[in-house]
Design a protein around this ligand. Structure first.
Ligand code: PA5
Length: 432
């Protein structure tokens, strides 16, 4: 069983404030859940942990097994919602040094998330002569960054293995019917997986978009979905008083009304770095529109206490923090007594490193709250598949509710097109 508790005691927001939003949240809950499987909007993720394509789920597991057996390296090609979710889960649930270790599952590499030729050349160099497969992921099938990387990797695969064998090493995740990638997959006979119509990129990690790379890395995707299902069940209650997910959504809006324009997601576990990147996209793209939105930022503590700590403690008071606290560390180190105590650390002897990390967290929360930075704390038992599935669902649902409180549509991203139009015009793409 996964568990998650929201602690608002350092947030400066009390339950009475929160409950003033009771009726508004009830209305939003009804709006979100009514016909949530309607294909014409983007709420398919709400029912996803129970209502997913079981046949495709089995095919994902089969494909992952094949890739594990014939590839030393796996390259996931995608950007934004077609990249960050998989990386967030993989980094959270595998060794920090996964890619440096020899193991039974492939090395996980990522391409198509930038347009740097240096990055791509160095990646190709790193793969060297090793056997590899690729998964190109793009809902639209037309995004420039992954399209360029895919073109390059397709050629490398075809030169290395021949056209026929290359086809067996290319996995495509895209729209079920439209887009250039779908067309190409039909013509070439690539194995394809579907990004459901009613799920937008940043809400798609628990579809094939995230699940294939996650399964290739050896992560138990059944347990991941089960954690999300536990969250789906837990946050069914439309009554704000009993729904901690909705309380988080409301609390951040109350803080925002009090001039707190930036939310910093804080972790004390480096594995969560990419989880924060996923969260930043989720909230940034969902809420930042119509001149509104809380700017989502992230820090890895205690590392960033030595770089960003000064600003958070004493800079402009427009910040609040949301801290993810993992209660049970997956492993620990006991501090021993040393006879000469030259480093002066004997006061820690008999204590564990996780204990020190927790005290750093408690001390930091106390300091930041004193410096007028409210802190919301999200406590999770441990970092495992179920809890990560639960956290994903928690943040997705909270984001949808929060965006509605802000008065924006949390499922579109009209602003993302602006730079593309200019880039295409400058590149003299036909039609621009
Ligand atoms: O959340 C979103 O919709 C975006 O971030 C997309 O995921 C991103 O732009 C990539 O798009 P696509 O999957 O169509 O290549």
């Amino acid at each position: 069983m996964s568990n998650l508790k929201v602690d608002l005691k350092s947030s400066n927001v009390d339950m009475q404030n929160i409950l003033e939003y009771k009726e508004q949240v009830k209305e939003i809950d009804t709006k979100l859940r009514t016909n949530s499987n309607d294909q014409s909007d983007f709420r398919g993720w709400i029912e996803l942990p129970t209502n997913y394509d079981k046949e495709e789920f089995s095919r994902i597991k089969e494909a992952a097994k094949k890739i594990q057996s014939d590839s030393e390296v796996f390259v996931s090609i995608g950007i934004g919602g077609s990249y960050l979710g998989a990386r967030a889960v993989i980094d959270s649930l595998t060794s920090t040094f996964y890619n440096y270790k020899k193991q039974s599952t492939p090395q996980m590499l990522y391409a198509g998330n930038n347009i740097s030729p240096v990055y791509l050349n160095e990646l190709i160099d790193l793969i060297g002569d090793r056997d590899f497969s690729i998964n190109v992921i793009s809902k639209s099938g037309t995004t420039t960054e992954p399209a360029i990387a895919f073109r390059v990797f397709r050629e490398i695969l075809e030169n290395k293995y021949g056209v026929e064998e290359a086809r067996k090493r290319i996995y495509v995740t895209t729209d079920k019917a439209k887009g250039a990638l779908k067309q190409l997959s039909i013509e070439e006979g690539y194995e394809t997986f579907v990004v459901p119509d009613n799920i937008g990129g940043r809400y798609s990690v628990l579809t094939a978009v995230g699940l294939l790379p996650i399964a290739v890395a050896g992560i138990n995707i059944d347990a991941l979905m089960q954690g999300a299902k536990e969250a789906q069940d837990k946050y069914q209650d439309s009554d704000l008083k009993y729904n901690e997910c909705y309380q988080y959504a409301v609390a951040r809006n109350i803080l925002h009304k009090d001039q707190k324009d930036i939310e910093i997601l804080v972790n004390y576990e480096p594995k969560l770095h990419y989880f924060t990147e996923w969260w930043k996209q989720l909230y940034g793209e969902s809420e930042g529109k119509m001149g509104r939105g809380i700017f989502p930022a992230g820090v890895d503590f205690t590392t960033d206490l030595h770089s960003m700590g000064q600003y958070i403690q004493e800079g402009k008071r427009h910040l609040f923090e949301t801290v993810i606290n993992i209660e049970e560390s997956a492993s620990d180190i006991l501090m021993k007594e040393e006879e000469d105590n030259l480093d002066g650390l004997n006061y820690l002897s008999g204590k564990t490193m996780d204990y020190v990390n927790k005290k750093a967290m408690e001390g930091t929360i106390e300091a930041h709250v004193k410096g007028r930075v409210p802190n919301i704390v999200i406590n999770i038992d441990k970092l495992d598949e179920k809890t990560v599935g639960h956290l994903i669902y928690f943040f997705e649902l909270a984001c949808a509710v929060s965006g509605n409180i802000l008065g924006v549509n949390p499922f579109n991203q009209p602003g993302v097109e602006e730079y593309k139009k200019n880039m295409f015009r400058l590149l003299e793409k036909p039609g621009y």
